[in-house]
Design a protein around this ligand. Structure first.
Ligand SMILES: Cc1cc2nc3c(=O)[nH]c(=O)nc-3n(C[C@H](O)[C@H](O)[C@H](O)COP(=O)(O)OP(=O)(O)OC[C@H]3O[C@@H](n4cnc5c(N)ncnc54)[C@H](O)[C@@H]3O)c2cc1C
Length: 444
């Protein structure tokens, strides 16, 4: 008779692993993969019925055309951790807006073809960008911002821009970039966040958003699945974690459904807005909970549309328009598969086809919308916002606390990144760092 080499877990003895990773977004799968590479047994627990979190490749509702409902664009030039994954697995990339684009801008209610600013406005823009780039040079992107003397920059984007006193159209031009980079109002998010991303982009204002145009050819979800499969981890989907308890020897992670698992170490890789909803024992310290409870203002509605009547190389931007940016990303049997980035103050209902057609016509008067699709990350219970956009006071007050280990727990996620805060590369950066910490803990 064969004897099983492990005893089935009893209700009082949770099944044991070397490490448990909570959250199966990019940060979680990277942590699991690195732990797997180190020969460790890993349990990856994910609340949703899929991996990927805030990245998700899925078909446009009612159609076969795939869309990226969440994070999409990367650059192997400036995103080192993403470049590592591209190199390791040989993922194919495609470029958005390749070739000549038909540029349109709407500022102050006026729609123009080409670049919208002229004459004296160009000097105003130059002066404003000089101040922005000068401030970005004060930042060391590899050091948490609260360990640098940067508190004077941790003010709202609106306060920083308004202090430069640009004319109305230059201000709107800058606000459009800020809206696109955040999905928040200029009054709601921190200039130190914006400057950190500009600094991470080699101090380029344009490059921070405009030069990150690569996407994964076969969809970003395939990337997540590949990394997760390579980890060798056991994966529990549809399993929201309710409690994480640690003592001197081990961590016990319990799911909402009552199941528990234990390990000498764990990685918490959920969005920070979700920390207050998990019961930590002992409780998380105040310098983690305070910024987590503040949440963040990022609520971009990444609205996918089937549009007819617009040029297939349209690249339109605006402020005071419902969409801060709009461009086609491909074609469907009925029209162009077009993306509209809808940032506050717009309260456009993306499911109201007539309202969305009016929104499209602010930038392309010839357009007609046939269908729309959107993932609402701001109301998603496991995201509670789009990409993390720290409000004023968080980075200069708490940045190092966000990613700091607590006992046997390491913390990962784009939200706690040091370099690409809120970006896919930041998620990978922190997954790698959390795995290193966990491996060191396991080695004693
Ligand atoms: C619309 C949109 C557009 C974006 N565009 C870009 C872009 O172009 N480029 C870019 O670099 N970044 C972009 N981002 C940001 C980027 O997608 C995210 O920052 C990154 O994917 C976050 O990864 P993460 O692993 O830190 O968190 P997440 O992806 O949020 O993963 C966390 C995981 O934890 C799970 N979880 C939550 N609570 C629990 C619980 N209690 N128990 C178990 N599991 C739980 C969640 O379900 C989720 O799967 C975008 C984001 C959005 C939403």
């Amino acid at each position: 008779m064969s004897v099983p080499d492990s005893t089935p877990p009893s209700p009082t003895a949770p099944e044991a692993f070397d490490a448990i990773v909570v959250g199966g977004g990019f940060a979680g799968v990277r942590a699991a993969r690195d732990l797997g590479d180190a020969g460790r047994s890993v349990l990856l627990i994910e609340a949703r019925d899929r991996l990927g979190g805030r990245v998700w490749t899925r078909p446009f509702a009612g159609r076969e055309t795939p869309i990226e409902a969440g994070g999409t664009w990367i650059s192997t030039d400036v995103h080192p951790f993403t470049a590592e994954e591209v190199e390791r697995y040989g993922f194919a990339l495609r470029v958005s807006h390749a070739g000549e684009v038909s540029t349109r801008w709407s500022l102050g209610g006026e729609l123009v073809h080409g670049f919208p600013l002229e004459r004296g406005e160009l000097y105003e823009l130059e002066r404003a960008l000089f101040e922005v780039i000068r401030a970005s040079h004060r930042i060391d992107v590899d050091v948490p911002r609260d360990e640098q003397d940067l508190a004077d920059l941790d003010i709202s984007v609106a306060d920083f821009v308004d202090a430069l006193d640009p004319g109305i159209r230059v201000r709107e031009f800058l606000y459009m970039w800020a809206g696109l980079g955040s999905g928040a109002l200029p009054s709601e998010w921190s200039m130190l966040t914006a400057l950190s991303l500009i600094a991470a982009m080699d101090n380029s204002v344009y490059g921070w958003y405009g030069a990150v145009t690569d996407a994964f050819e076969h969809g970003i979800s395939q990337v997540v699945e590949t990394v997760a499969a390579d980890s060798g981890a056991r994966i529990e989907l549809s399993t929201p974690v309710a409690r994480i308890e640690q003592d001197g020897d081990r961590v016990v992670v319990s799911a909402e459904d009552g199941r528990s698992w234990s390990a000498p170490t764990a990685v918490v890789a959920v969005p920070i807005a979700l920390w207050p909803e998990i019961e930590f024992a002992p409780a998380l310290p105040a310098d983690k909970l305070e910024p987590a409870r503040r949440g963040h203002p990022g609520r971009m509605k990444k609205t996918w549309m089937i549009v007819e009547g617009i040029p297939d190389n349209l690249y339109a931007s605006g402020w005071g328009t419902e969409f801060v940016q709009m461009f086609p990303e491909g074609a469907d049997r009925d029209g162009l598969v077009t993306l509209g980035m809808c940032a506050p103050p717009s309260d456009l209902d993306p499911h109201d086809l007539e309202a969305v057609t009016r929104a499209v016509r602010q930038l392309a008067p010839e357009g007609r919308v046939l269908a729309t699709d959107l993932e609402d990350w701001a109301t998603d219970p496991f995201a509670r916002g789009t990409w993390y956009v720290p409000p004023p006071g968080v980075l200069s007050g708490y940045h190092s606390a966000l990613g700091r280990a607590e006992g046997r727990l390491s913390f990962a996620g784009a939200d706690v990144a040091v370099r690409w805060i809120g970006w896919i590369d930041g998620a990978l950066e922190t997954g790698a760092r959390a795995a290193r910490e966990a491996i060191a803990r396991l080695a004693g």
